[in-house]
Design a protein around this ligand. Sequence first.
Ligand code: PLP
Length: 261
Amino acid sequence: MSPIAKNLQGINARCDAAIAGRKALGIATAPVTLVAVSKTKPLADVFAAAAAGQRHFGENYVQEAAAKIAAARQSAAGEQPLVWHLIGPLQSNKAKLAAQSFDWVQTIDRKKIAEHLSQHRTALGLTPLNVLVQVNVSGEASKSGVHLDDVDTLARDVHSMPGLRLRGLMSIVENTSEEAALRAQFQTMYRLYARLASSLTDAPIDTLSMGMSGDFEIAIREGATMVRVGSLIFGSRARVPGHDESRRSEPDHGTGSTVLA
Ligand SMILES: *Cc1c(COP(=O)(O)O)cnc(C)c1O
């Protein structure tokens, strides 16, 4: 078994145990989708994970991802297709590339970018793009995402766009080891998510994306239906010049081909 397959096996077991630990919630048995975050990692790592049964992959940088996604689609023709999620900030000038490359965009934080994605998706003749509204639940100035008070308005706008399919909410919580602070933010997200699902009854709201390598079990116990795990699967990431994961917008950094080399 490859190291990546072994890591996935361990994480899936931990997800199952965490699901069993959330009995008290209304979504006690809702399944959890594991998104393997493959940003900065070579296509070979994606294939190793796919060979172990992993289907959902997350990427942060549109150009790097578009190259990987195209290569993966070509070489995996005929097999179970992979599902690609954009989990990094999106600029308008990359909306078209994102609309044609990704199956999901988890980082909708303003109406304008949603409109761009919807228009491109429709013009390309593709099925509606699955999207999540990103919420800045910690309120940190450095974080992307809408303010808690603006979630419902943006969600309603997104839901009305023909090229998009609103599936729920996403958040990157504060980077802290304080479990109480993490728990409080996950609980706030769960409340927002439950409220959204009960107010937008004609939308297919089924996804609350929160939790990463350091806190995915806590996130699941507090109601996450999707977790985004990178370093625990693929190992730690080397810092890529120009890539700062905490930035609000994606810096321009060339074609992304160097990452694949
Ligand atoms: C990088 C990233 C992850 C994965 O982080 P790990 O700590 O490596 O699991 C999850 N979500 C987002 C939005 C990211 O940018």
